[in-house]
Design a binder for this molecule. Sequence first.
Ligand SMILES: [Zn+2]
Length: 413
Amino acid sequence: MTNNNLIRKLLKLKDLKVVNFAFNRGGELEIAVKPYKNGCRCQQCGRRGKIVRTRPQARRWRDISVGSWTVWLLYYPREIVCPTHGRGLEVIAWAEPYARFSYRYEYVMLRYCQMMTQKAAAELLRVSTSTLSDQLHASIGSLRSGHRIRGLKTIGIDEISYCKGHKYATLVYDLDRSVVVWVGEGKGRKTIDEFFNNMLSDYQKQKITAGSCDMSDAYIGAINTHCPNATLVLDRFHIVKALNAAVDEVRKAQWRDAGVDERKALKGLRWLLYRHSSTRSREDTRTLKALEKANNRIYRAWRLKDEFEQFWDYNAPWAAQRFLKSWMTATLRSRLEPMKKFVATLRKYESGVMAFIGTRLTNAVGEGLNRIAKIVKNRASGFRNLSAFTDMIFLTIGDVDIPAQIPNKFRTV
Ligand SMILES: [Zn+2]
């Protein structure tokens, strides 16, 4: 076996001929290659063209490492004339048209970034984190290019913070498929309008049958404006969260006014008050009972919250409506300001709250996706800019399986 063939076999450079190779300083293995067959093909139609000239400069593609060697493929691309498309550069069989890395490298890079922090991936790939971030951006941009949103029927809209400080992005979910279909900068109406105006056709908007979001006028307004056939369902988890926040406000106010002795009785209540009845222990129940005497205001707030849980179990809209009405009346009489404020919000969005009963739709899938996005964010200890965060969101929970876009034969880690 010749040395060239040995290198070819060792590196599994199928369909390629090794012309030459050199072990350079700095641990680089440079391999001059050329297509074994199937060269000179048009980038647009794949037909064979006539060679016009060979480019005088070699191009280099980063390939997967071997041992401690960083491998580079070297090739002088040829310009060809296609009978249909005219003059252009030939197809490079081992890489995307303008990529600086081979498909094999690209696949490994994407899979590593799905599995671990970019810092760890960069170390394994032997590139700097900023190079990796650029490579990732180029790869994801190119593999997602031309992608259109399809079959969107149940939409979820949510926000997420990124960067330190208070920068927000809006996430749009396809709740049927459990994926993120869009990420936009900002969290207001302007941002979400951008999605509806630029990403969906009128036909697609008509096809949306349900939308879920929190109690924010921006998202509610956008769904109502852009999706004529969608039932707006306010997200159950966000409603429960708002109710919990109201109970907590009552608790905090009582804590502020309490003396030293009283505070003892109020200690450790915060999470107990949040707890759903199904996860309550006997000990919890005892503590809550004691609270009735120790602090009646907190107790009453908690009781109302606990009663509200029933709402979600109703199947008949009329029964749910009756329950909601009596619950709101009781809460308004409670003289607990934060709770009364919560009722005012419920009243404002009542049809969206009631829509849950008929549809049973929640943003639970969206919440799950949001949680993953947060994990991705924390794993990276924040992102310098939204585009880096967006890349990672699309790579982990996007509507395109990005590594699967790489031709099958190059997919090995
Ligand atoms: Zn062509």
